[in-house]
Design a protein around this ligand. Structure first.
Ligand code: NAP
Length: 253
């Protein structure tokens, strides 16, 4: 039986490349896109390139309603998910308080919202891959926040409250910008969800693509989109849980 992957933000960039790789290797791929027309174009492109089975799903990771509607549609189609890849992200939107809120809402609350929204559709034994960044390394944070994010007694509710407070404070006081904080928090969330979902044998990992030539990474980035997507792909079939990986090797949180 074919396995099914849902990738958010898969209409372009690393998510799009990963979708092609999975479709080529026999996966059924759901292309999450906030603009359905862009999702459908990506599906047409990738079907032609791979001959694989793909379908577009309208999914804006910043919207509870959009996530709920997408989950309902999948449920109506009796679709279950073997791999969820929380790939959608924004960078450089963080100019002023609105940018801080958008960055956190997309890069941190987005993966949380999508994960919780899709939880009942995930098969036991599924994987969740959160696409992170080296800019989210704890070493970029000031000592106090580094300590709070790595505290082994940190709960998911406390982490959510920390991120709400960061947004309320205008994204200041953590020693790095909103993007770095969003990915550092995503790494912490990965560890917490891994623990929560272990009873269902759902493995949750964060994978970093490296600095990649996409719209986000720019033309000067050293890595190709293939290299970036391959690094993310590791999470889709990982046997481990709760780790942060680049190119299949563990990296420090
Ligand atoms: P990209 O080329 O800018 O693509 C970003 C994707 O996310 C697009 O499909 C975009 O959709 C989608 N997206 C943005 N906001 C969304 C929302 N609210 N709902 C649904 N989709 C949304 O970026 P990329 O380089 O492929 O990055 C993919 C992931 O890798 C991100 O999480 C990023 O932080 C991470 N990453 C990238 C690099 C790098 O060097 N490129 C390095 C480290 C980590 P639209 O087309 O509708 O805007």
């Amino acid at each position: 039986m074919a396995r099914t992957a849902l990738i958010t933000g898969a209409n372009r960039g690393i998510g799009h490349q990963l979708a092609g790789m999975l479709a080529t290797t026999g996966w059924d791929v759901l292309i999450g896109a906030r603009d359905l027309a862009k999702g459908k174009s990506a599906v047409a492109r990738l079907r032609k390139a791979t001959g694989g089975r793909l379908k577009a799903v309208e999914l804006d990771v910043t919207s509870d309603a959009s996530v709920a509607t997408a989950a309902q549609k999948l449920r109506d189609g009796a679709i279950q998910i073997d791999a969820l890849v929380n790939n959608a992200g924004v960078y450089g939107a963080a100019r002023g308080p609105d940018g801080v809120a958008l960055t956190l809402d997309t890069n941190f609350f987005g993966p949380l919202r999508v994960t919780l929204g899709m939880l009942l559709l995930l098969r036991d034994g599924a994987t969740i891959t959160n696409v992170t960044s080296g800019l989210g390394s704890l070493s970029n944070l000031d000592a106090e926040h580094r300590r709070r994010l790595s505290d082994p007694t940190l709960t998911r509710d406390a982490l959510v409250e920390l991120m709400r407070a960061f947004v309320r404070d205008g994204g200041t006081g953590w020693g790095t910008d909103a993007y770095g904080v969003s990915k550092a928090a995503l790494n912490a969330l990965t560890r917490l969800l891994a623990r929560e979902l272990a009873p269902r044998n759902i493995r949750v990992n964060a994978t970093c693509p490296g600095w990649v030539r996409t719209e986000m990474g720019g033309r000067g980035a050293p890595r190709s989109v293939e290299e970036g997507a391959r690094s993310v792909l590791f999470g889709v079939t990982a046997a481990e849980t709760g780790g942060i990986f680049r190119d299949g090797a563990r990296i420090a949180p």
